[in-house]
Design a protein around this ligand. Sequence first.
Ligand code: SAM
Length: 240
Amino acid sequence: MLNKGNYNKSKEQYVHEIFTAIAHKYDLLNSILSLNQDKGWRRFAAGELNLKPGGNGLDVCCGTGMFAIEQARIVGREGKVTALDFCENMLARAKSNISATAFSDVITLVQGNAVDLPFPEGSFDCASIGFALRNVPSIEQTIREMKRVVKKGGKVVSLELSKPGAPLFKQAYYFYFNNLVPAIGRFWSGVGGPYSYLPNSLKDFPHQEKIRQLFEDVGLENAHYHELTGGIVSVHVGTV
Ligand SMILES: C[S@@+](CC[C@H](N)C(=O)[O-])C[C@H]1O[C@@H](n2cnc3c(N)ncnc32)[C@H](O)[C@@H]1O
């Protein structure tokens, strides 16, 4: 089992620097690189949270706030969403994105670390994490923390890039992901490093079945996943 202090600090710093550098272009590049699929993927994942109007959700590694906004659409003006990230620049973008919606009073932004969530046990009805398990210093510790802060019976959901299986589709996708994504990212963001990191972060990331196993290992019940868009992304769901 991992202790809270037992994770790789240098990865954490590297990831923080990357998101500090690309925060201003993150939403645009997400839409371009995912061929505008990202919003539908988040909406599907939010639907798996079993969140209700008036509910109280958490989004971990909220970035520019897009997943938290999906949660807010479900809980409505009577509900609450807490959105946490460790990167100031991403939180600043989140603040601006949220202020353009009707949910400014619903969503609270918190600066903090996914591996050491600053909330008591059982604080939320559910917890989500979008496109970020690849980035955290410890996947297991992050899932463990999400489980800890969710009430019994609530859902923990991760939306993340995954590994497609069908042979031809897989080859075409990896060509796009390994060659075109870094080039497009470099062109639009003006910085190369962050978008070369993207293919590497997926190479090192466990297969979706292994992530399901981790959900089970930390004690989440009925751990399962949905592959979307041919397995380009997977939505993992577990019950506390
Ligand atoms: C790819 S972005 C995903 C943003 C958002 N969830 C979305 O759906 O677009 C990853 C985010 O995770 C945040 N992050 C990475 N490691 C973190 C950590 N250990 N604690 C908190 N936030 C972290 C980064 O700052 C960044 O905003």
